[in-house]
Ligand binder design. Structure first.
Ligand code: PHE
Length: 444
């Protein structure tokens, strides 16, 4: 069977941006920044995106394009009879862990969308406000699972049927819509009483936060998660690219776009968090309690909320399909399964794992696998802060040290000039050193 291919470079770009822009930019960025002191975290995150993220993004896509196989198969093709294929194992494991909780949170977004359709969330409930409404919803057993199941079903259907193209086309409309909504929301949020405190939180680094070792690994994990890096999602998408498409500009474009979405989300959330006296360290519920308060006060907020949660659910969907694609492509090759069989089996296992995540906000709230982290936080920590950067480290070492320099440069479409040499030096030396140092310092 001939390997599937993108029709055009635009098709690839839309899919890759669809993968990058998702819950990571809005939901995860906000709560992780909130938990890690705001400004200092943002600064570290930006440094990591530019020094580690974008150079590795280029590297990851090029490995897939060169090998034309899945995450594990690509390393086996490029480096036969070596252990490099282990890089792909971390990718497959992180895909299982990440989509399991991603589908739960995306289910929350779907539930919010429906509550804007029905008008239920136009006004805060008299008792408990939006915080109470959210807490009441996620602590139930069945309801959140229903929405998560719906989201996972949509994801599976898209991955096995041909409508991926439809999703990309939808993204062409809804990603700009999401950006526009975020810009309008940021404008409104900044006009709230007390907004300045939020701005200061986000843009005036409290330098003492940098003495906490955990902030480094959190910022690194966020950069990887948000850029869809280190799992093999972009590698797998790259494997459907033909060799004549140029990569460096695509990598920079995807990186910048993704970062824009994160920063603008911060401008929406933090002014409102301070204006409404919400605790910035609320964790995963943060945006789900902050956003409805913004919509409640904003003119035409009900419609804005409806459009927003629709666009957010779609953004989550286009990210989720890229995650499901990683193990789906792997098992298709490994067991010779059809696309349908592979995606249904893999997606169902992920949904099953997600049941634990969801119940971790209800009857299993006391289950804390790591330190005082609940089930979602624990899975997220292992996958995003450890497995993804580990995948990135291995990828950097592979291209920097296993390949000869001319082969590496050729793979990423760079020449032996300033750009080429900067990229090469970053990937060969700086990226591995930074990741290793961050890992070691976070263990203490
Ligand atoms: N980047 C996606 C987001 O920000 C999540 C993701 C992570 C997708 C890893 C693919 C791989 O929502």
């Amino acid at each position: 069977m001939a390997r599937e291919q993108w029709g055009t470079k635009l098709g690839f770009m839309l899919a890759a941006m669809g993968s990058a822009v998702g819950l990571g930019n809005i939901w995860r960025f906000s709560f992780v920044a909130g938990e890690n002191g705001g400004g200092a975290f943002l600064l570290l995150y930006l440094v990591f995106v530019f020094l580690i993220g974008i150079p590795l993004l280029l590297t990851e896509v090029s490995i897939g394009r060169k090998a034309k196989s899945d995450v594990i198969g690509s390393y086996k093709t490029l480096a036969p009879r070596t252990p490099w294929f282990m890089t792909g194992f971390f990718g497959v494991c992180s895909a299982f862990l990440i989509l399991s909780f991603y589908a739960v949170v995306a289910g929350w977004a779907l539930y919010y969308f429906v509550n804007y359709v029905t008008g239920n969330f136009f006004q805060a409930p008299a008792e408990g406000g939006f915080e109470g409404a959210f807490g009441g919803f996620i602590s139930q057993g069945w309801q959140p699972l229903f929405w998560s199941a719906l989201f996972m079903t949509l994801t599976i259907i898209i991955v096995f049927s041909g409508v991926k193209k439809g999703i990309e086309m939808a993204n062409k409309i809804f990603m700009p819509l999401l950006a526009l909504l975020l810009i309008i929301l940021a404008g409104f949020s900044l006009s709230l009483d007390g907004a300045m405190e939020g701005l200061a939180f986000l843009f005036q680094p409290d330098w003492s936060a940098l003495t906490q070792p955990s902030i480094y690994i959190q910022a690194l994990g966020q950069a990887f998660f948000s850029l869809s890096l280190g799992m093999g999602a972009l590698l797998t998408y790259g494997s459907y690219l033909s060799d004549d498409k140029r990569l460096p500009s695509a990598a920079v474009g995807i990186g910048l776009m993704d970062t824009f979405f994160a920063v603008i989300s911060g401008l929406v959330i933090f002014p409102a968090v301070f204006a409404f006296s919400i605790d910035p360290t609320s964790g995963p519920p943060l945006v789900f309690i902050t956003l409805p308060s913004i919509f409640e006060q904003m003119p035409l907020g009900g419609i804005a909320g409806l459009l927003f949660f629709f666009a957010l659910s779609l953004a989550a969907l286009s990210s989720a399909i890229s995650i499901l694609e990683v193990p789906t492509a792997y098992f298709m090759r490994l067991f010779n399964w059809t696309r349908k069989k592979s995606s249904v089996i893999v997606g169902s296992i992920m949904f099953f794992l997600g049941i634990f995540v969801s119940l971790g906000f209800g009857i299993w709230a006391d289950v804390t696998p790591i330190a005082d982290f609940n089930i979602l936080d624990s899975m997220d920590y292992i996958a995003s802060n450890i497995f993804l950067p580990l995948g990135g480290l291995s990828m950097a070492l592979f291209v920097g040290w296993y390949f000869a320099k001319p082969t590496a440069l050729k793979a990423v479409d760079l020449k032996d000039d300033v750009f080429g040499n900067v990229w090469y030096a970053l990937v060969k030396y700086l990226v591995p050193i930074m990741i290793i140092v961050i890992f070691i310092s976070s263990i203490q």
